[in-house]
Write a protein that binds this ligand. Structure first.
Ligand SMILES: [Zn+2]
Length: 250
């Protein structure tokens, strides 16, 4: 048995269906259309924009009529969706920023230097001669993962001590769907993307997974163990739910 701490939002996958367009008032709206075994036409607006599913027998004119009937709702929801904050895309240029431990860190490209270091809120990345931008990004991500592993290892050891258990073995995950996971054999996996979040949220995930060493479930007894390790866990849980959208794309 293993327990995972899921991210609040479904993983990023390409939406299924054909891309179609429809004119609604003065706007041309794109949507993903798919046929499904269902009785009625359904519509949803999520991270991928507007998606429409229709029964196999429904003619496309009927589908479009349905969307037009709901045009006001669609346009309102789409404008809300466009205005919602999107995850920042890190472009690895000099002066751009990336969130580490919940704070923006400025990227500085350093010609003639080789290594990567972080000092005073600045992430210095050596620009090796003839270094390709793609290689620079790869090196930077590798550095961030290494940094994540050592920090998460420290926090795990700290909280394991508080719980009075031996520090579990740790590995990093890159899952798009979970922050952490605890196996019954005591092995803990933590998402390296946690490094983007404030330390207090990282600590909550660490405390949560460690508490599973005592209770392999999410019972009241489990939450009592969490509370003993991390009293403000309710607030952290709420905050964590809103983090997925803000995780930078490296
Ligand atoms: Zn759990």
């Amino acid at each position: 048995m293993q327990l995972e701490l899921p991210l609040a939002v479904a993983p990023v996958t390409l939406p299924a269906g054909t891309l179609r367009y429809i004119q609604l008032g003065s706007e041309v709206v794109g949507y993903r259309f798919r046929r499904a075994r269902r009785r009625s036409i359904g519509m949803v607006i999520d991270d991928d924009g507007l998606r429409v599913a229709a029964p196999n027998h429904a003619p496309i004119a009927e589908v479009e009529g349905f969307i037009r009937e709901k045009a006001r709702w669609v346009l309102k929801k789409l404008s809300e969706w466009r205005a919602a904050p999107k995850p920042p895309l890190v472009n690895w240029s000099d002066g751009s920023t990336v969130a580490l431990l919940g704070a923006p860190v400025t990227i500085a490209l350093l010609p003639g230097e080789r290594g990567i270091n972080m000092e005073n809120g600045r992430l210095g990345i050596g620009l090796a001669p003839r270094g390709e931008p793609a290689a620079l990004r790869k090196r930077a991500i590798a550095w961030i993962k290494e940094h994540a592993l050592s920090l998460l290892g420290e926090r795990l050891a700290l909280y394991a001590g508080r719980l009075g258990v031996p520090t579990p073995t740790l590995s990093l995950s890159s899952a798009r769907t979970q922050w952490g996971l605890c196996r019954e054999d005591g092995h803990v996996r933590l998402n390296w993307r946690l490094i983007h979040l404030p330390l207090r949220l990282i600590d909550y995930v660490v405390a949560h997974e460690l508490a599973h060493l005592r209770e392999m479930n999410h019972s009241a007894r489990f939450w009592a163990v969490v509370a003993g390790l991390y009293p403000d866990y309710k607030q952290a849980r709420i905050e964590l739910r809103h983090c997925n959208h803000r995780l930078p794309i490296l």
